[in-house]
Design a protein. Structure first.
Length: 384
């Protein structure tokens, strides 16, 4: 029995309630209030995370249009093919009307009769559907991105609690990986353990990445198998979800005593992450947080800007019902940070051909500043 086999026995299922119907109703009420202020008659929610956010329904994208129309007058209309209606009725949590059509009919004929005026379309809507909305008579179309994603960016206490549960589990998985690594282990075996551990804890496993040695230099991994050797840098990135809300955490360390060079790279990354975290304050912008990380790395001799060796991508991303969502911690995003926002701080240091270091922690905003869901890594010798 391997150390990973033993570690799986330590994981028990997380049990906690999801988002209540009352909270879904409150979200719809807030959306309609904003619609009325902006003169928007209807919002189209495609089969996306936004449909889940407002209606509590999770559907997959399809070649058939599927979702809900939220009207400013209080009407909620579920749009579905006739043959899918029985299944959808078992998923519906908030009462509403049904707009259905047979396979040989055009659904947009019914949609056109249901809406008029200004219609805001879910930014996740496929072009083939958004284009049909634009062609409807008596309708002017705009993006619902600011309206919908702006509301989703501010998490409620219940959402933050769900993310905390998910992050606690993923942090436990990270520690188990660190304790269970052995010489010659494959990246595939590590990722299989991560998936099994998430499932053992009752979470939906979303992703796992294990990178060793030179492969740690590449933000999204490499397309070939790897085996761990003494002296390698190790980068473990993983995530899961609980009632739809995501965890995401990356840790990096040496397998065995770190070299002076590895310690230098790790400390440079840690300083950049710490600088970004220190910049996370109510009223600060995403741009300013990103710049804090880059300035720190430049002082260590990396960059400038997005140049490599250095930080070639954004410093972080929002997280919630989607693994990556607004806001974006990047130099082009002037979004002001406010309480309730959740986002990663992960200014990865990449040195192609040698190795890289990424320390990723998820931050949630409070009235007094940013707080990490998990304890950040302190040093390369003792990452937990």
């Amino acid at each position: 029995m391997t150390q990973f086999d033993k570690a799986l026995l330590d994981f028990t299922r997380v049990s906690c309630p999801g988002i209540s119907d009352d909270e879904h109703r409150a979200r719809l009420a807030a959306l309609r209030k904003s619609m009325q202020v902006q003169g928007i008659s209807a919002v189209w929610l495609d089969a996306s995370a936004s449909l889940t956010y407002y209606c509590g329904i999770s559907l997959g994208l399809s070649e058939r249009i599927h979702g809900a129309l939220v009207k400013a007058d209080g009407t909620l209309i579920y749009v579905t093919p006739q043959f899918e209606r029985p299944k959808l009725e078992t998923l519906v949590r908030l009462p509403g009307e049904f707009l259905v059509w047979e396979e040989d009919e055009d659904p947009f004929e019914g949609i056109g009769r249901a809406v008029s005026g200004r219609v805001a379309v879910d930014p996740a809507t496929p072009f083939r559907f958004a284009d049909r909305f634009q062609r409807l008579a008596g309708v002017s179309v705009q993006s619902a991105e600011d309206l919908v994603l702006g509301q989703r960016a501010i998490k409620s206490p219940t959402e933050i609690a769900l993310m905390q549960h998910a992050m606690d589990v993923s942090f436990q998985v990270q520690k188990a990986v660190y304790a269970g690594l052995r010489d010659g282990i494959s990246a595939k075996e590590v990722c299989e353990f991560i998936a099994a551990a998430h499932r053992a804890a009752g979470l939906h496993h979303v992703f796992a990445a294990a990178q060793f040695g030179e492969a740690t230099a590449y933000p999204h991994g490499v397309p070939y198998e790897q085996r761990l050797s003494r002296g390698d840098l190790v980068l473990i990135d993983l995530g899961a979800s609980l009632h739809g809300y995501h965890s995401d955490i990356t840790r990096c360390y040496a397998f065995g005593p770190p070299s002076d060079r590895q310690r230098f790279l790790w400390n440079a990354e840690k300083s950049a992450q710490a600088a970004a975290m220190a910049a996370v304050k109510p009223g600060a912008t995403c741009r300013s947080v990103d710049q804090a990380a880059r300035s720190s790395l430049e002082k260590a001799g990396f960059g400038p800007g997005y140049a490599v060796p250095g930080l070639p991508h954004r410093t972080g991303h929002g997280i919630g019902l989607e693994l990556h969502e607004r806001p974006w911690i990047v130099g082009s995003d002037d979004t002001v940070l406010v309480p309730g926002m959740c986002f990663s701080i992960e200014p990865m240091l990449c040195v192609y051909g040698e190795g890289g270091v990424r320390l990723e922690d998820i931050i949630y905003m409070t009235e007094s500043g940013g707080r990490s869901f998990c304890t950040p890594a302190a040093e390369i010798d003792a990452p937990f």
